[in-house]
Design a protein around this ligand. Structure first.
Ligand code: SIN
Length: 190
């Protein structure tokens, strides 16, 4: 099922209008930054694990054949590597539309490689949202990803672009890398 969170997010104003803020990308926001930003820096957040547990009915799948895209689940002791962007608050308007299928703005603390930290935002899809698919055996998830396509392209490309971007960052994410390996194997190009 789909869920449009655009209007909910407009009320989730955690930073002052007119000031820049940090947005932490952990999924397509790492490798598909089609929005204006002042600077970007690799960063990490603590206590979260990236999981392909969110349904994509609007970008990488369809309502009849949803894809699977990344969200975060709370996981004490786990580090999630990603990319931080310093953006103007009004850039959130188009991002709310891009992330509208179940994602809500949430505040997090971002840690940068130089040891500094800052408060920022993530788009988080929790299990309460109607598009949430949740956990499944990895091979089942890989099969779903291998066959799903949507208006933004194939679900396979979403996964493989994310895996490549994480490798470029020097990040290790066994969940993502295992899914990528399995999709390659399923499609005979592994
Ligand atoms: C993100 O990339 O930070 C959010 C999930 C997505 O758009 O893939």
């Amino acid at each position: 099922m789909t869920q449009d969170t655009t209007w909910l997010n407009r009320q989730r104003v955690f930073f002052e209008e007119g000031q820049s803020l940090w947005l932490f990308g952990y999924g397509s926001l790492i490798w598909k930054a089609e929005f204006a930003y002042h600077e970007r820096r690799p960063a990490r957040i603590e206590g979260w694990a990236r999981r392909f547990w969110q349904g994509s009915h609007d970008h990488r799948g369809t309502p009849k054949s949803p894809g699977r895209v990344a969200t975060l689940v709370e996981s004490p002791g786990t580090t999630c590597q990603g990319m931080a962007y310093r953006i103007d608050a009004d850039t959130l308007g188009p991002l709310d539309i891009r992330e509208k299928n179940g994602y809500l703005r949430e505040r997090v603390v971002l840690h940068f490689h130089d040891g500094s930290h800052a408060e920022g935002l993530i788009y988080l899809a929790t299990e309460g949202n109607a598009a949430f698919l949740g956990d499944a055996p990895l091979l089942e998830m890989a099969r779903q990803i291998a066959k799903a396509h949507g208006p933004s392209g194939s679900n396979r490309d979403y996964l493989l672009n994310l895996a490549a971007a994480l490798e470029d960052l020097g990040a290790v994410d066994e969940h993502v890398f295992t899914l990528a390996r399995q999709v390659h194997e399923l499609q005979g190009d592994g």
